[in-house]
Ligand binder design. Structure first.
Ligand code: B12
Ligand code: SF4
Length: 431
């Protein structure tokens, strides 16, 4: 299978850290590539030379000759770009090693192994990459060196050079923002998510504070906290919001209907939170139960009311095409959307605004419990593949709302799901 020899190393390490482009998104200059930024900061702290490349040019391979290792960060929809770079390096720069890391390497390890990568890094990249670059990885092709919460807090925060960071900006309610992660992992068990039941490791509030300061200094007015769920417990929210409040910024974070209370919403609001994202998924209790969301429709309703009463806008994320979707569950989701979008909120600037939502169609990534059950031939699950997901790019939200739809249920064909998505987005987004 591997037509190429492993790169001949013994060269002084000099890593090119590649953040891939995303031609299938509306823009790939919104959220900065935090994985690559974290690795760059870590390597610099270890005096290992590295450079970030966020616009790799396949037509200028000579340009990359001086690097000993080309290290690619990859999510599944970017795999064809990653494989194209790999082939180009193997053809043109045979002495250069190619390393792949990021979610695609972790969740699609077997597929990555069929490609001639010199190294595949599963999970956290810092220690594994250091091992590779300093020539200590030996003949190991797959490395998995997970880091502890304690170690994580001793690493430098992601590289946020002003010029680099300012290529990226995310806007919420007119505020220009950049992203921070206050924790890694999620303890919840949603069967449609690849991040389910992953070890939660938290950064200290001080560590978060340093990053807020850097982002403010780079000229942003807002922060998007990108943790899977930032409101896991009252104590954690108290600790974090005490730190965040010192910096006088606006922020947006992800909440969870199981943990949102008036007290937590008050703390968030006081520290500058003007918006929360939340995975509500569906208006159907039957489907929430089937996908082990462990929330109720009523909790989702209360979440909206609790946040809105404090001027916190809610952006709810819905997924159509989860197991068991049918006309009845669509009607329930529509009822919920109606409720969500008719609320009025007085925003931070005194304007009256509405909530927001997004609606995508389930894509069965291989690391999800649903996909595992489908692959195991579980006939109890009301979800069928219409196409092989692994032959698609693998995104559920692309340019201009496009999505790859590869599922249907007994009650809803793939076309019916597409039509419903279009109808609900155009009816309720326009309000
Ligand atoms: C931020 C984010 C985004 C941003 C990405 C911005 C960017 N330029 O990177 C945006 C909003 C654009 C985005 C889009 C999408 N995302 Co996203 N996203 C995330 C999120 C919330 C955080 C990722 C992050 O920044 N983590 C912080 C850094 C520090 O951690 P990290 O990236 O994991 O990096 C560490 C390791 O992975 C490793 N590592 C990473 N790269 C490399 C490279 C090398 C060489 C090495 C050695 C190691 C290494 O070391 C790093 C440091 O320890 C994750 C969920 C999560 N909590 O992880 C989902 C997640 C990564 N996204 C996911 C998905 C599905 C998508 C979309 C497909 C959704 C869609 N629109 O259809 C798109 C795909 C876009 C694309 N680029 O392909 C999935 C990935 C599934 C998969 N199999 O790839 C995740 C896991 C969410 C989930 N639970 O399903 N996403
Ligand atoms: S969907 Fe959200 S809450 Fe559920 S496991 Fe994934 S990250 Fe956690």
């Amino acid at each position: 299978m591997n037509r190429y020899p492993v790169a001949q190393l013994g060269r002084t390490p000099n890593a090119l850290l590649v953040a891939l482009r995303d031609p299938f998104l509306d823009s790939d200059r919104i959220m900065p590539p935090m994985g690559i930024m974290a690795l760059h900061a870590y390597l610099m702290s270890r005096n290992i030379p590295s450079k970030i490349e966020n616009n790799f040019d396949l037509n200028a391979m000579e340009h990359y000759r001086s690097y000993s290792h080309i290290c690619i960060s990859c999510m599944t929809p970017q795999k064809s770009e990653a494989y194209a770079i790999l082939q180009a390096v193997k053809r043109n720069l045979p002495k250069t090693a190619v390393v792949i890391g990021g979610p695609h390497a972790s969740f699609y390890l077997e597929e990555c192994k069929t490609q001639p990568f010199d190294y595949i890094v599963v999970g956290d990249g810092e220690l594994a990459l250091e091992e590779i670059l300093s020539g200590r990885a030996g003949g190991q092709k797959v490395l998995e060196y997970n880091i502890t919460e304690q170690q994580m807090n001793t690493f430098p925060p992601p590289f946020r050079g002003k010029e680099f960071l300012n290529q990226y900006a995310f806007h919420f309610q007119g505020i220009r923002a950049s992203t921070i992660l206050t924790a890694k992992g999620c303890p919840m068990s949603c069967t449609f998510c690849e991040d389910a039941r992953t070890r939660v490791r938290m950064y200290s509030p001080d560590y978060v504070g340093v990053q807020i300061k850097e982002i403010k200094e780079a000229g942003y007015q807002g922060i998007m906290f990108f943790d899977d769920v930032m409101t896991l417990s009252k104590k954690r929210v108290r600790d974090l919001t005490q730190e965040i409040a010192k910096h006088e910024i606006f922020f947006r974070c992800f909440g969870h209907a199981r943990t949102m209370t008036g007290e937590i919403a008050d703390m968030l609001k006081k520290a500058g939170c003007i918006e929360t994202g939340v995975g509500m998924e569906t208006g159907s209790q039957r489907i929430l139960d089937a996908v082990q969301k462990k929330t109720t429709v009523e909790q989702n309703r209360q979440y909206v009311l609790t946040c809105n009463a404090r001027g916190i806008r809610v952006k709810a994320f819905f997924i159509l095409g989860l197991p068991g979707e049918n006309a009845e569950s669509i009607a329930e989701t529509e009822r919920f959307l109606h409720f969500l979008m008719e609320q009025k909120i007085t925003a931070y600037n005194g304007k009256i605004i509405h909530n927001d939502f997004d609606m995508t169609i389930f894509f069965p990534y291989s690391g999800t419990e649903i996909r595992r059950r489908m692959d195991a031939g579980d006939t109890d699950i009301d979800l069928m593949l219409t196409q092989n997901p692994d032959l698609k790019k693998g995104f559920y939200k692309g340019a201009q709302g496009s999505s790859e739809i590869v599922v249907q249920t007994r009650g809803m064909s793939a076309d019916a799901l597409t039509e419903t998505q279009k109808r609900l987005l155009s009816t309720y987004k326009a309000r």
